[in-house]
Design a protein around this ligand. Structure first.
Ligand code: NDP
Length: 252
């Protein structure tokens, strides 16, 4: 039987923040499509790795705190060493800090921008060097609705996610002719630990659900299909695109 264009057999994917939430959903979807997975993060992604291996794929844990760019070159080297290559990078790890802009602190600015934007760029650079040399690769950055909208009380998060949108386009411009695709996924409201407080707040939860045309929160698994598409040869001619996976939020 002919392989589908979504077949990722023999590809190695590095996924940051793969121990939980969206990162775990994407890692499992890529593994189900055939990819081997290097799960990068602070908390060892034991459960993810176990599930990836249960799918018959190879898996490795790469420990790294991405609040600084110190580990980024080692992350790529370790993934290549452990799994024999690097074909796909998913920059998913991210944090959020909430406060009024009038009171927002430098610490909350730096923590978010360093993790969500600076480390993402330098991980792209480290992976990009490898991918450009190989003449192929797929980079998927996890953006947000706040790549397109302002939000409220999350200035460093909005700046970081807008920055990811710009960087995704810039890197696509630079590397498209070298065989490397750089795209982003912008999740809508996805039920994870990150959004647990919003889900638990009855009023906010109702307001959010009413505003989502699909009428429900997204799940980490909902992000998986978009990631498989952008990691596969089916998306070879797609560059610098920010794919909203939001149940219609932006269409409203
Ligand atoms: P979670 O809080 O559930 O997961 C975040 C992941 O990032 C965890 O694996 C966490 O690891 C990792 N991480 C955080 N800081 C660091 C660090 N310094 N070094 C290494 N890893 C780190 O969040 P989600 O799954 O909800 O979010 C994943 C991504 O999706 C984020 O970039 C987020 O901004 C984005 N997103 C989420 C939306 C949502 O509605 N959930 C909407 C739009 C975008 P650890 O457990 O070790 O801290």
């Amino acid at each position: 039987m002919a392989a589908t264009p979504f077949d990722l057999a023999g590809r190695v994917a590095v996924v940051t923040g793969a121990n939980t939430g969206i990162g775990q959903g994407i890692a499992l979807a890529l593994a189900a499509a055939g990819a081997d997975i290097a799960a990068v993060g602070r908390t060892p992604a034991e459960e993810t790795i176990e599930k990836v291996r249960a799918l018959g794929r190879r898996a490795a844990i790469v420990s790294a705190d991405l609040s600084t760019i110190g580990p980024v070159n080692r992350v790529v080297e370790e993934a290549v060493d452990k799994l024999g290559g690097l074909d796909i990078l998913v920059n998913n790890a991210g944090i959020i800090r909430r406060n009024d802009s009038l009171d927002f602190t430098e610490e909350d600015w730096d923590a978010v921008v360093d993790t969500n934007l600076k480390s993402v760029f330098f991980l792209c650079q480290a992976a990009g060097r490898h991918m450009v040399a190989e003449g192929r690769g797929k980079i998927i950055n996890i953006a947000s609705m706040l790549t397109f909208q302002g939000g409220i009380r999350v200035p460093s998060y909005t700046a970081s996610k807008s920055g990811i949108g710009g960087l995704t386009k810039l890197l696509a411009n630079e590397w498209a002719a070298k065989g490397v695709n750089v795209n982003a996924i912008a999740p809508g409201y996805i039920a994870t630990n990150n959004t647990a407080a919003l889900q638990a707040d009855e009023t906010r939860n109702r307001q959010i659900m009413e505003r989502i045309p699909a009428g429900r929160w997204g799940s980490p698994a909902d992000m998986g299909g978009a990631a498989v598409f952008l990691a596969s040869s089916a998306s070879d001619y797609i560059q610098g695109h920010i794919l909203a996976v939001d149940g219609g939020w932006l269409a409203r």
